[in-house]
Design a protein around this ligand. Sequence first.
Ligand code: NAD
Length: 278
Amino acid sequence: MTDWHGRNAVVTGAGSGLGAALARAFADAGANVALLDIDAEAAAANAKSIADAVGVTTTSARVDIGDTASVVTAAEHVRVTLGGCDILCSNVGVQQFGAIDKLTEQDWQWVLNVNVLGTVRTVREFLPMLRAGTGFRQVMFTASSSVLAPSVRLGAYQTSKFAVLGFAESLREEIGAEGIGVTVLFPGGMMTRHLESSVQARPSDLGESLLDMDDVNAMVAHQPMGDDDLATPEHAIRNLLADLEAGERYVITHGSFRPLYNERRDAIDAAFDRTEAS
Ligand SMILES: NC(=O)c1ccc[n+]([C@@H]2O[C@H](COP(=O)([O-])OP(=O)(O)OC[C@H]3O[C@@H](n4cnc5c(N)ncnc54)[C@H](O)[C@@H]3O)[C@@H](O)[C@H]2O)c1
């Protein structure tokens, strides 16, 4: 069993939804938590309510992971206030619906800058703290079930989450021998403020984030929802701490997309079979 007391957990996107639930779960286990978000007020309010309820040390700071200087400043804030980082949850992700031929250059720039380069920046600035630590240390990435079972009208988002998985796999290969684990979380649909917070967080110089309900309807029609397909973030991470302690590489939270994933896995297996038979 991991002793979480005195461990320092850093969560990006902790102003809301999954990030807020992650911060609370680490605190409930006894860890100190740093809540980082572009919405500084939301992060501060969650940090206060966790400290009041659980009694661990919490801190919060504004970070825009789309901006290198902002990530550098937030990492320095964590180093000064908590003294280090043992568990890093790179959790921020923004959403932009749209068919491949309708997504604009700015849509792609925003989604890839935040979801992909933001992930890179987060790890780059916090990895030295993880390396300086000892004992249980883990980096967790929030990907998406859509990496395992892609849908329609999510091209920019899915591309970015495939890149998050690729980055996580690269990191695991490079730092695994240092005793720092890497876990990828694949959440299914969750009841959060994801669409609303994405609209709010998009830089104005990249234009508005437009939401066309036709895109949402097309996505739902492509992959009809089952009973277990929309969960609270708390339900989604009900087993997460045990999985992190066990150093699991992948965490599936909920959702009925396994047959769709199996179809893709089978197609890849079949490609191996064809080449081995030739
Ligand atoms: N909600 C879902 O259905 C769902 C499904 C699969 C994966 N996810 C992923 O889960 C993660 C958390 O999303 P959520 O559903 O909790 O949404 P959420 O909106 O509740 O939380 C996301 C947080 O990220 C913050 N944020 C946005 N842009 C930022 C930036 N540039 N820098 C720093 N913070 C920024 C927002 O202010 C918000 O507090 C995301 O990576 C998302 O892609 C969500």
